[in-house]
Write a protein that binds this ligand. Structure first.
Ligand code: PLP
Length: 258
């Protein structure tokens, strides 16, 4: 059977832990076909980011356009976009797809910085991603991202409401950067449904855990899972990749995706 195609917009991570390399391996591992459109080239190892070089918006547009003109797209996954011009080019591609497929799932991982806080955009990252909220079927912020996007004074419940008001249909608030010592609490909130999942907190830090979860979710939605099933299964897969992660050097570990 032909695997469904997932159109991915993300940045490269030459260490192989995060970004596009994470997206490709997670999507393929979960039975979908990744089609990676590069938005940003980064210079990084498994710990720090040394350089961020967004691709020209016209080149982002062209990479995607030739694909959407002849290949069926079953889901879209958004990682880092690099700047506002790239976000606008991506938004235009998604609007074109949605005019033919109104229910096309779009998974939006609103990555603002790498693990140590290193920037992953050439401009203010919050401002850069603004055009993408209203196109998100599901947005997957961690706690730090939710604080930056919605304000740190708000409760997670209020933060989820703010993201729904901006046009996202579902919010998966990830608890990995929270204060809990022994568990990671993830909250799913949509207009009509809410659910929580709790996972054992694993020791160590990981490079690309958020990318892995969002890419897995896109693959499962592409395969036709409903949102609740897809979120549950994507978390289980992500947890397994972290449990069996490996070290390529001291510092952040690499999720074992395949
Ligand atoms: N995308 C790229 C290109 C990255 O380099 C990173 C982190 O370094 C991320 C996304 C986000 O990674 P994580 O899944 O660890 O939040």
């Amino acid at each position: 059977m032909t695997p469904p195609s997932v159109l991915v917009f993300s940045g490269t991570d030459p260490s192989g832990g995060a970004g596009m390399q994470a997206d490709i391996t997670a999507i393929a591992a979960l039975g979908a076909h990744p089609m990676p459109v590069v938005t940003v080239l980064t210079v990084q190892d498994n710990e720090r980011v040394f350089g961020v070089f967004p691709v020209a918006a016209e080149l982002v547009r062209q990479q995607a356009q030739v694909l959407v003109d002849r290949i069926g797209i079953a889901a879209v996954k958004l990682g880092i976009v690099g700047n506002r011009a790239n976000a606008e080019a991506i938004a235009a591609i998604i609007r074109g797809l949605r005019s033919r497929q109104p229910d096309l799932p779009v998974v939006f991982d609103p990555v603002l910085a790498a693990g140590h806080g290193d920037a992953l955009a050439s401009e203010d990252a919050v401002e850069a991603i603004a055009p993408l909220f209203e196109l998100a079927t599901v947005i997957t912020p961690n706690r730090i991202e939710a604080d930056r996007l919605c304000g740190a004074d708000h409760s997670p419940e209020r933060q989820a409401e703010i993201l729904l008001e901006r046009g996202c249909q579902h919010v998966l608030l990830k608890g990995g950067h929270g204060p809990e010592q022994h568990e990671v609490l993830n909250r799913w909130v949509s207009k009509n449904r809410k659910r929580r999942w709790s996972w054992p907190r694993l020791p160590g830090e990981f490079h690309g855990s958020g990318c892995t979860l969002a890419a897995a979710l896109a693959a499962l939605l592409a395969r036709g899972f409903d949102m609740e099933q897809a979120i549950g299964a994507a978390q289980a897969y992500c947890q397994q990749t972290l449990t069996s992660s490996y070290a390529i050097a001291p510092g952040q570990r690499i999720p074992r995706r395949i």
